[in-house]
Ligand binder design. Structure first.
Ligand code: 5CA
Length: 440
């Protein structure tokens, strides 16, 4: 994308309403704009990140054979009356009345709707297990929306739902989902640590929250640093083998990790001092096993192999996709701006042209840009070098390719890695190769 002709507005001033760093940087880099309290428009730079996160989430869900669906944002109140949650959910639910005076609501989550869909198609245990997910907007009328998209009213969530024949097979699904989550967060480039959690209004008795370490987080956390060193992408786990999944899960839960609500001093004392990590964290996902809570309350059953009625055991699995955008920034920035992990950066690199009036500079920039116009941002604005550098740091592109007349005369450009500050002079024709081989 050429910066001169793109909609990537940056702000010099720090907006007064933004209290935390991610909100400030998201507003300053023109990623989002508040349209009303807790409701945001996503502009091109922000949307690129949101979509990249969603794509990784999708790939890892598909890898455990979850299938994507898309349910409506508006739901009928009748569905929620069937489960008994219509009244129980409270003022966070946005209730709407249509022209026929029918009660609707903007979905805060979709357990009831997916259970109803399941009910309409699956009548026998042979249809189990079923694992479906969507990536869709949700609305929760938070009393105090704050910190930008971190705690919005409208937010983008991956929500998955599973149906299993009994507890044992529901646990296998839970293990698979745990693996998919660890892989997802690692691929996104953040360290998200699963911690045993309370289940709240979703219900159930087995639940983990996934927490990213960041000083502005809402929860206090305690964990064994050995957890953060695990490489889930290389761990040999066979998702078709329940024993392999169970041993992965056992290994994962062998490291101490707890939020302040669940913290246990006696267990914490067993962690070697040098591995004790305490801090604050942001919840970016939560998974729940809640058994037959909804299938029973909504009377949704299938026939078992012995022709008896079975209430399928369910779980639900959320990832705060829009919250993740802010959480990544909270855990990866410096005083100059965002430091995007490569996998979710809006652009792979910015090409900074310091010789707008120099034909040789222009030619080098154009030829580099044309190798990957989808992933390169070309700063072809008529701006001072200082302003271009400041914007490049602020927007946090993983690489800056700096093209100036002096270097170009020797067929050389400068490259800077945003994450480490490392700089190198590289021959023009080796730039692409250089970036590929210097990812750290
Ligand atoms: N039905 C379950 C899982 S599908 C569920 O709704 N879980 S949840 O309540 O934990 O939400 C899932 C994730 O959405 C949370 O972990 C959090 O990352 C994100 N989330 C929740 N509320 C908000 C909010 N107000 N703003 C931004 N993200 C939110």
């Amino acid at each position: 994308m050429r910066l001169s002709s793109s909609f990537l507005p940056t702000l010099k001033e720090v907006p007064a309403e933004a209290q935390i760093v991610s909100h400030r940087f998201m507003l300053r880099t023109g990623m989002v704009r508040q349209m009303s309290s807790g409701i945001y428009a996503w502009l091109p730079a922000g949307l690129r990140v949101l979509n990249k996160i969603a794509d990784i989430v999708r790939e890892e869900q598909e890898a455990i054979n979850a299938q994507e669906v898309l349910m409506p944002t508006l739901q009928s109140a009748d569905l929620w009356k069937r489960s008994g949650r219509y009244d129980a959910y409270g003022p966070e639910m946005l209730r709407i009345v249509d022209r026929h005076k029918r009660d609707l609501l903007y979905g805060p989550t979709n357990e009831e709707m997916i259970t109803d869909i399941f009910d309409q198609f699956v009548t026998s245990y042979k249809g189990l297990p079923a694992l479906l997910y969507q990536i869709q907007w949700k609305f929760r009328d938070e009393i105090r929306p704050r910190f930008g998209v971190m705690r919005g009213r409208e937010f983008y969530m991956k929500d998955g739902y599973s149906f299993d024949v009994d507890y044992d097979s529901a646990v296998v699904t839970y293990h698979k989902m745990m693996l998919a989550y660890l892989r997802t967060f690692q691929r996104i480039g953040v360290k998200a640590i699963p911690m045993l959690a309370d289940t709240g209004p979703i219900g159930g008795d087995l639940s983990h929250e996934f927490i990213i370490l960041a000083p502005t987080g809402e929860s206090g956390i305690f964990f064994d640093s050995a957890f953060a060193d695990q490489n889930w992408l290389e761990m040999p786990v066979d998702i078709a083998d329940k024993d392999s999944l169970a041993s992965f899960f056992k290994r994962m839960t062998s490291f101490y990790a707890a939020t302040d609500e669940k913290h246990d001093e006696a267990e914490w004392d067993k962690v070697p001092v040098e591995r004790k990590c305490e801090g604050r964290g942001i919840e970016v996902g939560q998974i729940f096993y809640f058994g037959t809570k909804y299938t029973e309350s909504m009377d949704v059953s299938v026939t078992g192999s012995d022709s008896k009625k079975i209430y399928p055991h369910m779980g639900s699995y959320g990832i705060g996709v829009s919250r993740l955008v802010a959480a990544i920034i909270e855990s990866s920035h410096d005083e100059n701006g965002i430091i995007w992990p490569d996998a979710v950066a809006p652009f792979k690199a910015v090409i900074i042209n310091l010789g707008m009036k120099d034909q040789a500079c222009k030619d080098v920039c154009e030829s580099l840009y044309k190798t990957d116009p989808e992933n390169f941002l070309y700063d072809d604005r008529d701006e001072r070098a200082g302003a271009k550098f400041a914007d490049a740091d602020l927007m946090g592109h993983p690489w800056q390719i700096i093209v100036g007349p002096r270097g170009v005369a020797q067929n050389i450009v400068e490259i800077k890695r945003r994450k480490t500050g490392m700089r190198a002079e590289v021959p023009v024709d080796q730039i692409i190769e250089y970036m590929a081989s210097h990812q750290d």
